[in-house]
Design a protein around this ligand. Structure first.
Ligand code: NZQ
Ligand code: ZN
Length: 381
């Protein structure tokens, strides 16, 4: 094990915490509040933010869509540059927070912001930002990741840098009360796969990372079982679990996979599949395809997370248990959004993967386009 670990995001967790924004952003800062399609206007979050910022000079940018596009975000970049914005406050789910990270970095760059996603510009500065989380799923509120789509070319790419990590994150579980069940299920699945991407690789004898990952997976199983009986503690535990799943801790010093995410992003970009659902479609097929390399960790997960009995086929039974977990949340494990031409869909996804350089994925870089094709043959209905 060898790693450097810091998570500098201050977490303001619990009911009523939106009010703390008032003191966390200095009053001499000109603030831009960025939000999405308007859920915050109908559930009272906007009003709480407005109240908290009553001593600040602030303006707003709305309309960031799920799977945020550079086409929309570049309008916010122009606004930040024109108005001399000092601080960005993202109020929303992963899409709004990711989008705000892009705006923060692109506003301090003279070239085309998309260069950041293509790796042509290394981010060295960004407008400071913070987040009010309204949908627990991505962990974006306290990590340095951002995933942005270019609608024109259907490219969904990521960039990661500590420079855009939120200064603070407000996590009030009450904001989840207005979430549709579909988005709650998405949150559970996304957090689940984030843990798997950092845990289901090969044994590294990393006792802390393994045990903590297993605790988080068990939490999500339990929360899924109690989905119909949601209450305050259910919401608080989901919000905190999803955050811990992708704040850097369980991934420190261990191999990481992320192939499910990279292939899943293409399904979202091509067919509009929700992010979490794209993962549930790819992951079981990918695990079966990569079974030899992942066998030991799948068996460990079977024992420690699902309490399955030992046996030759334990790894396969663990994959089946993961599938059952998704079905219990009404989440499918095969793509149907492409229509009925399976061969054309597999080709289209492979072409996009190749175009985006996704030709050696996984913890061993062993998922070539040929392997991705095998995975897609199973994952596409
Ligand atoms: O736009 P509004 O009106 O706010 O509605 C949103 C949106 O339609 C709604 N919503 C959010 N909070 C709500 C609410 N509705 C009612 N009440 C609330 N409290 O939910 C819908 C989906 O929101 P979105 O932000 O798109 O969902 P999510 O948080 O799942 O974010 C998905 C995005 O994050 C990226 C994904 O690729 C995708 O683009 N990811 C970011 C990661 C990161 N930064 O580390 C990692 C993840 O793996 C993921 O890739
Ligand atoms: Zn994800």
């Amino acid at each position: 094990m060898k790693f450097s670990y810091v998570n500098p995001t201050q977490i303001q967790f619990g009911q009523g915490q939106i009010a703390s924004i008032a003191k966390l952003i200095p009053t001499d800062q000109k603030v831009l509040v960025i939000y999405g399609g308007g859920s915050i206007k109908s559930n009272g979050v906007y009003d709480q933010v407005k109240e908290a910022l009553s001593g600040h000079q602030w303006t707003e940018f709305s309309g960031v869509e799920p799977n945020p596009t550079v086409e929309t975000l570049d309008k916010a970049v122009a606004l930040v540059k024109e108005q001399g914005v000092d601080f960005i406050l993202a109020v929303g789910g992963g899409s709004v927070i990711d989008g705000s990270k892009y705006v923060a970095a692109a506003a301090r760059y003279d070239g085309d912001g998309w260069d950041i996603l293509e790796g042509k510009h290394q981010v060295t500065e960004a407008v400071p930002l913070a987040a009010v989380l309204t949908l627990p799923a991505t962990g974006s509120e306290s990590n340095g990741g951002s995933v942005i789509t270019k609608a024109a070319t259907k490219a969904k790419l990521a960039f990661v840098t500590p420079i855009v990590q939120p200064r603070f994150a407000v996590m009030d579980p009450d904001v989840m009360k207005s979430l549709p069940e579909r988005q709650l299920a998405n949150g559970i699945v996304d957090a689940w796969v984030h843990i798997c991407e950092q845990y289901l690789t090969f044994p590294a004898k990393a006792m802390v990372q393994d045990a903590y990952a297993e605790a988080l997976l068990k939490n999500l199983r339990q929360l899924a079982t109690a989905f119909e009986d949601r209450n305050d503690s259910w919401r608080a535990n989901l919000m905190w679990t999803a955050n811990q799943a992708l704040n850097g801790l369980i991934g420190a010093g261990v191999a990481q996979d992320w192939a499910t995410h990279m292939i899943g992003h293409e399904l979202t970009a091509l067919y509009g599949v929700d992010h979490a659902r794209s993962l549930a479609i790819i992951q079981p097929s990918l695990l079966r395809n990569q079974l030899p390399g992942k066998k030991a960790k799948l068996e460990q997960m079977g024992r420690n997370v699902f309490a399955l009995e030992a046996g030759e086929d334990l790894a396969e039974r663990t994959i089946q248990a993961i599938e059952q977990f998704y079905y219990s949340l009404d989440v499918a494990t095969q793509l149907t959004e492409h229509g009925d031409d399976k061969a054309a869909a597999v080709d289209a996804i492979l072409t996009q993967l190749k175009g985006h350089g996704m030709t050696a994925l996984g913890e061993n870089q062993s998922i070539s386009l040929e392997r991705s094709k095998e995975i897609l043959e199973l994952a596409v209905a």
